[in-house]
Design a protein around this ligand. Structure first.
Ligand code: ADP
Length: 364
């Protein structure tokens, strides 16, 4: 199913109490895509997901499923469409405690007066690894198994789209990783168009075809995870993606050079002289005795394949500068100083007032 949202807005309350939960969000989701909506708490992720599911109607805007404008449907038709075509998985699993796993799974079919297709259900349960547990009550299942029952229940009616609202947030770290890989596998196997909401950037980056980054109800950027990481549209997006996070400095473009404090670190063209914010990804540092960026050495953290050099610099907005370099490097902090060259493709400039990206050419 192709889903197209055009300028969706949702405003709650009135007058002084008015909250713009979602501000003109536009988004196209191609058939078979897995899209993650990510952003901090309160950024409008759930609001967008509820609008996409037809659970809620927008204040303004349009939503089409395969060209069909679903907010034009009356309440009864919309609810029937939702039941038939949309699978929704909530943070809380909402399993009925008095029904077995099997009964929970087939419930949506029974509500629609449809006979369960036993073969399909068997395959589904097998795929989800709960084939042996179908006669158990929810309280006899682990958190991960309950989650899989909820996934099976959402998939049992073969919906055109699967929507998941922070489905992993109640699971412990190991199960989270396992379940997210399973969701990805099931999504690939069934080819079902999927929209996933999470505030966990690592989770979103690892499983998504595309990510939507939100802030204060406004879509900031949409793209493939790697493309958004490599080419962030603004400082917020640059900061939101990446662990450890991007290093941010107060800098200056002056006479074709980029300065961090007194250090002229790179060449820059196509950008007028001005004060800027400078983002440098942790992997953008090259340790070198003659490096142009001079930092006060703090410590080295060993991470196995790589090491993280923690240092300080007067122009850094973060308390420490974190660089990640290969463990083959020897860190020799003579007189308490470490020096780095910066890789131009790992350095981003942002306009100081708006924090929007400044596009120009950055050179060594
Ligand atoms: P997220 O899912 O990213 O945490 P939400 O979509 O839940 O964010 O909320 C976005 C904003 O809209 C928040 O400021 C929230 O307080 C507000 N909001 C959400 N639902 C309602 C509601 N029913 N009534 C009033 N304000 C709401």
């Amino acid at each position: 199913m192709i889903i197209e949202a055009k300028e969706l807005s949702k405003i709650y309350g009135e007058g002084e109490n008015q909250v713009v939960a979602l501000d003109r969000a536009s988004l196209t989701i191609a058939p078979g895509d897995l899209i993650s909506i990510m952003g901090p708490s309160g950024s409008g992720k759930s609001t967008l997901l509820h609008l996409l599911s037809g659970l809620d109607r927008p204040t303004s805007g349009q939503l089409t499923y395969d060209g069909r404008d679903i907010y034009r449907l009356g309440d009864k038709e919309l609810s029937a469409f939702r039941r038939r075509r949309i699978g929704f998985i909530f943070q809380q699993f909402h399993l009925l405690p008095v029904l077995t796993a099997w009964e929970n799974i087939v419930m949506p079919l029974l509500l629609d007066k449809k006979q369960p297709d036993e073969r399909y259900l068997g395959e589904l349960a097998g795929m989800l690894g709960i084939g042996e547990r179908l006669s158990h009550l929810p309280h006899e299942l682990s958190g991960g198994q309950q989650q899989r029952v909820a996934i099976a229940r959402a998939l049992v009616k073969m919906p055109g789209v699967l929507l998941l609202d922070e489905p992993l947030s109640n699971l412990d770290a190991r199960l989270r990783l396992q379940t997210r890989e399973e969701i990805r596998r099931i999504q690939r196997e069934t080819g079902i168009t999927t929209v996933f909401v999470t505030h966990d950037q690592e989770e979103a980056m690892s499983i998504s075809d595309r990510i939507v980054v939100m802030k204060e109800g406004v879509v900031q950027q949409i793209g493939k995870p790697q493309a958004v990481y490599d080419d962030p549209a603004n400082l917020f997006v640059a900061r939101f993606l990446g662990t450890p996070p991007i290093n941010v400095f107060a800098g200056q473009c002056r006479g074709g050079r980029l300065y961090l404090g007194e250090d002229a670190v790179l060449g820059v063209s196509g950008i007028a002289d001005q004060e800027v914010y400078v983002g440098v990804r942790p992997e953008g540092f090259v340790l070198c005795e003659t490096g142009s960026l001079s930092c006060e050495f703090g410590s080295v953290e060993v991470m196995g394949r790589d090491i993280s050099v923690v240092s300080r610099h007067g122009a850094s907005l973060n308390p420490t500068v974190r660089s990640i370099i290969s463990a083959e490097n020897r860190v020799d902090a003579k007189d308490g100083t470490v020096r780095f060259f910066l890789k131009p493709q790992k350095v981003f400039l942002f306009r100081k007032e708006t924090e929007e990206r400044l596009y120009g050419e950055i050179t060594e």
